[in-house]
Design a binder for this molecule. Structure first.
Ligand code: CA
Length: 412
């Protein structure tokens, strides 16, 4: 496939990708766009040309602050919209090509949160990450808790503070228990960290009391984004017993603005790690459920403005796959809604340069890592910009996520 629009071979937004997002410009208010190379296709303008006439979609679906109404149409419709845009971008005589109103340079748009997120669940599904944390805080010879290989551990997070790439956040404040102290203090966090994760957006409602099988789980996944699950390790350490993460996590999570569809990711399926011991029947699955997605994290200090990659990981390392997470999430009858966000948990690999958090990279703050500008980090400093990127590549076909980028500002 080749588009008449010029697309660099290094672009994440190839003709094979066509992710959906919500954009605006100084002339156009929020609406759905599709990214291709250095351009955004305005789906509301396309709809005005009757491009989707046969699909009978009402125009408010495209001129909308969120993708939810679009996603609710179901994959039968949304994948057809994507195919129509794909054909338009290939066909030299297409309507889009001759209507400049449909094509907008990507550097002139503002991107917004793509979905109105109802509920957010964070899993803990990387065995390397869970083992690193267990080794650091418990027992290196037996790092995993007894439940870990039997169920995808997760917790209910906070949806209201999920923000889009480009929005900066202030260093959070809260209760911290200093070393050698018996009483906590109120302070800015000294251990702000990123967590390299991927999120997926639920594309279909399920009903209360019903469960989703691993076989049917894919029908419920619309697409994926990069997910930086910001964490304040010192707040987390003091508060988490016995109910788990709370304010050390809920101050912000940042996501990439373009939602890459499962159709676009399909060619990049791979086998996941072998699961031993055998899982219970409701968690068993067939065929390839992991995805080969290269991931990286960089830190750019404000004063030097030199970017250093501190982590290279891959989504394929996940021990528990998305289908198993959905089957487990609903096994008790809990319902899922369109727009819910599920995050993978920190994605670490085997090697020290593949750890998906500063907590692991600096091993609990003991081993500072050096950046290209000569400065060192154990956690994230004020005015550091953290950027996560992700892409798949195979047979010269590239499908990527762009980036999720946020700067840590000083406490207010
Ligand atoms: Ca997390």
């Amino acid at each position: 496939m080749k588009s008449w629009l010029k697309v660099s071979s290094k672009s994440d937004f190839s003709i094979y990708n066509l992710p959906f997002g919500i954009f605006s410009t100084n002339k156009k208010n929020k609406r759905i766009g599709v990214a291709i190379g250095d351009h955004v296709i305005d789906l509301h303008a396309c709809n005005s040309l009757d491009l989707f006439k046969d699909l009978h979609i009402e125009s408010y679906v495209f001129k909308n602050s969120f993708l939810n109404n679009f996603i609710e149409l179901g994959k039968g419709i949304t994948s057809k919209v994507r195919e129509i845009i794909q054909l338009e971008l290939i066909n030299e005589n297409s309507l889009i090509k001759h209507n400049s109103n449909c094509i907008i340079p990507i550097n002139t748009v503002e991107m917004h949160l793509p979905v109105n997120i109802g509920d957010y669940t964070d899993f803990y599904s990387s065995i390397e990450h869970a083992s690193n944390i267990g080794s650091m805080f418990r027992d290196p010879s037996n790092p995993l808790l007894p439940n870990w290989k039997h169920l995808p551990v997760g917790y209910h997070g906070r949806a209201s503070s999920i923000i889009v790439s480009g929005k900066n956040i202030h260093r959070p404040k809260g209760q911290i228990m200093p070393l050698d102290s018996e009483t906590p203090i109120y302070s800015s966090s000294n251990r702000v960290d990123f967590e390299l994760e991927m999120g997926y957006i639920i594309g279909k409602n399920s009903s209360l009391g019903s469960s989703i099988s691993t076989t049917n789980a894919e029908d419920y996944i619309f697409g994926k984004v990069l997910f930086n699950d910001w964490s304040a390790r010192d707040i987390q350490k003091w508060e988490y017993v016995p109910l788990g993460p709370f304010l050390g996590k809920s101050f912000a999570s940042s996501i990439s603005p373009w939602v890459v569809t499962m159709e676009a990711l399909d060619p990049f399926r791979v086998a996941g790690p072998i699961q031993e011991p055998n899982v219970l029947d409701y968690l068993k699955f067939d065929r390839l459920k992991n995805y080969d997605i290269n991931l990286s994290v960089s830190i750019t200090p404000e004063d030097s403005n030199i970017e250093s990659i501190v982590c290279n990981s891959n989504f394929k390392y996940m021990y528990w796959n998305m289908n198993q997470q959905i089957a487990h999430h609903t096994v008790n009858g809990c319902n899922l809604n369109v727009g819910d966000m599920m995050a993978s948990g920190t994605i670490s690999g085997h090697t020290k340069d593949s750890y998906g958090s500063m907590l692991e990279l600096s091993w609990g703050g003991k081993n500072p890592i050096e950046l290209k500008d000569g400065s060192t980090r154990t956690f994230i400093n004020d005015m550091d910009t953290v950027i996560m990127k992700g892409y798949c590549e195979k047979n010269n076909i590239r499908v990527g996520f762009g980036e999720v980028k946020s700067k840590i500002l000083p406490s207010t």
